[in-house]
Design a protein around this ligand. Structure first.
Ligand code: M6R
Length: 615
């Protein structure tokens, strides 16, 4: 959710902080703010503005009007209190001695607030964060580390914090629990940020703070302590993303750029894991072949689009590896007394590796003795670190809130894992597995072919961008894809949309179909073509306009033209395993072009944030 940056060094802090926040705006864009330590006057300058970062930039002349070489910044996704100037971060303590930025939710803020009120503290905002800054202030007696530790020990919930002190122009403090925070190491300057893109212009050497770890950041260096105050020797990671990969590169939106990057992203994810003889090398360390053979069942847990990947994967795993699979929403799983144990493999899918619901589900699974394999895009993220084994998708940084290339790479990797599992468990012969792998390797090229010409999707978008309701329907894997197509459309275009298992429509939802309703019918599962055609006829009979998506020609009814789909999108021929990777692309493009024509803010849709680090 919110984005945090911090800087100490020899340069003017505010312009650097704003540049960093620009790269994190996808994490929250309700308001933005800066706090810079004014060493000359012994105070903290705080500037904040409701709305997009541009308002803050204007207010501060791109940061130039704020002196100082040490500061913190924030871009907010509101949780407690409406997005206004007062509720924006940074928050300053009553005495003006401490300022902080926060990502997460402090669950016991009401009782702490009560306690502080009894101590004479007053509050100006509706936020949980103001409680934290006052609490640190309350404990501050010239020892920043002791005050922060004492306050943090009293916090329940999740937090990543960046904290500055008016009388300490030589340092700032960062710490985290259940919310991401990384430290960037420079030469004579050091940084903190919620995510890598904010640091790429300055350094590629980072430390990912672990749970409840605290960093004391000075110009000269960074000292990391664990929860008990023991000094640690943290691992320094080298980020391999190039700075351009987090830029738009000539595209109007990150989303379109990321859609277009899918062929390469999928190739990067699959090819290095396939040997010359088409056998698979996953490089799992703890989930050995023996462990994979001993599994009773698999439970896939994720949120949003990652959950939709899990739904597609279920069909493939059950068909090719014959292991029973359940797919659970992470936010439900934890509170559902899940029936899992040592013989269950829990597969966690997450682009960010920081989604809080998913992280908590992972911990629940481990507590119940399950082994956890995670499919993650962000190297070293909390989910990756806490899993039994991790397989990284090599999608590169994904900036647009609506996921596209992360979805495709998750899907491709799950398919590769499925083939590996099927082979290890003897459900696929060596020959069958190699043939499937060979076809899977062609996905990148097929995607590239598909993306060469998007004009048909632009045309369809121009016909239907002003529809009030758009339905998606499909059967089996196509149903899972319908869910993703519908989510993509609604999150960026704000058009009401629902996805239905095509056979289920007549059990209620068909009452919503009326003349002019647009229905996108996914018909890539060739075995169910005829069933889908019946469902298309059912909605056509009620006046719907139908776009059908197929992998082979649909047998049209020449005698009843009105019963046929109005438009057909035909995908390049491909193997069954690759079909979902291809089918999702027209759905992504349709959503994109519809949102474009509606003038929506595609990369930063309202109310959403890229990384959802609250429950
Ligand atoms: O980072 P994660 O994959 O864990 O995120 C899960 C969902 O929040 C995410 O897929 C969300 O649904 C996307 N905005 C969909 O485009």
């Amino acid at each position: 959710m919110c984005g945090i940056v911090g800087y100490i060094g020899g340069k003017q802090a505010a312009p650097l902080l704003l540049q960093g926040l620009e790269k994190l705006e996808y994490r929250g864009y309700d308001s933005a703010g800066l706090a810079v330590v004014d060493a000359g006057n012994g105070g903290i300058i705080v500037k904040k503005a409701r709305g997009r970062l541009s308002a803050l930039k204007k207010m501060t002349d791109c940061g130039k009007s704020i002196p100082g070489i040490l500061g913190i910044g924030h871009t907010r996704w509101a949780t407690h209190g409406e997005p206004n100037d007062v509720n924006s971060h940074p928050h300053l303590s009553r005495s003006g001695r401490v300022a902080l930025v926060h990502n997460g939710i402090v669950e016991n803020y009401a009782e702490l607030r009560q306690y502080l009120c009894e101590q004479g503290y007053g509050f100006v905002s509706d936020t949980d964060t103001e409680v934290v800054v006052q609490l640190i202030d309350h404990y501050y007696e010239n020892d920043p580390v002791a005050a922060v530790r004492r306050a943090a020990d009293q916090l329940r919930g999740s937090f990543a914090l960046g904290i500055v002190f008016a009388d300490r122009p030589d340092l700032f403090i960062a710490l985290r629990k259940d919310s991401p925070l990384i430290v960037g190491l420079g030469e004579g300057e050091n940084f903190i940020a919620s995510d890598v893109p904010a640091l790429l212009a300055h350094t590629r050497r980072v430390i990912r703070l672990g749970e409840r770890e605290m960093a004391v950041v000075t110009r000269e260096g960074v000292t990391v302590y664990d929860h008990f105050g023991v000094k640690l020797e943290p691992e320094v990671l080298e980020i391999t993303w190039d700075a351009e990969s987090a830029e738009k590169g000539g595209y109007e939106h990150f989303m379109l750029k990321e859609i277009m990057e899918q062929p390469d992203a999928v190739r990067r994810t699959i090819a290095p894991r396939v040997r010359g003889d088409f056998t698979i090398e996953l490089g799992l360390r703890r989930l050995t072949d023996d462990v994979l053979r001993s599994l009773d069942r698999i439970c896939i847990v994720a949120c949003g689009s990652s959950y939709h990947v899990g739904m597609v994967a279920r069909y493939a795993i059950e068909r090719m590896a014959r292991v029973p699979v359940t797919v659970a929403l992470a936010s439900e799983f934890r509170y559902d007394n899940p029936m899992i144990g040592p013989e269950t493999l829990v597969i966690i899918i997450s682009q960010s590796g920081e989604t809080l619901d998913t992280l908590f589900a992972l911990r629940e699974a481990k507590e119940r003795g399950a082994r956890v394999l995670s499919i993650v895009n962000v190297v070293g993220s909390s989910i990756a670190v806490e899993s039994t084994d991790v397989l990284y998708t090599w999608a590169g940084p994904e900036i647009a809130v609506a996921t596209t290339k992360a979805y495709s790479t998750q899907l491709a990797l799950m398919q590769l894992f499925t083939l590996y599992l099927g082979r290890v468990r003897g459900r696929l012969t060596d020959l069958e597995a190699r043939e499937e792998v060979r076809s899977l390797l062609a996905t990148g090229d097929k995607l590239a072919e598909l993306l060469k010409d998007t004009s048909h999707l632009q045309y369809l978008a121009s016909l239907y961008f002003n529809r009030r309701d758009i339905f998606f329907m499909g059967r089996n894997i196509d149903y899972a894809l319908a869910l993703e197509g519908s989510l993509k459309l609604k999150e960026i275009s704000y058009i009401h949309s629902e996805a239905y298992a095509a056979g289920e429509l007549k059990h209620g939802t068909i009452s919503l179909i009326e003349p002019g309703t647009l229905v996108v019918a996914l018909c890539t599962g060739t075995k169910l073509h005829e069933k889908m055609l019946s469902n298309i006829r059912e909605v056509k009979a009620r006046g719907a306009t139908v776009i059908a998506l197929t992998t082979k020609p649909i047998p049209l009814d020449p005698n009843h033209p009105n019963a046929n789909p109005d438009h057909i999108i035909e995908l390049p021929a491909c193997c069954e395993l690759c079909a979902p990777s291809l089918s999702v692309v027209p759905l992504q493009l349709l959503a994109y072009y519809v949102a474009l024509l509606k003038g929506c803010d595609i990369d930063k849709p309202r109310n959403l944030a890229k990384s959802v680090t609250v429950e």
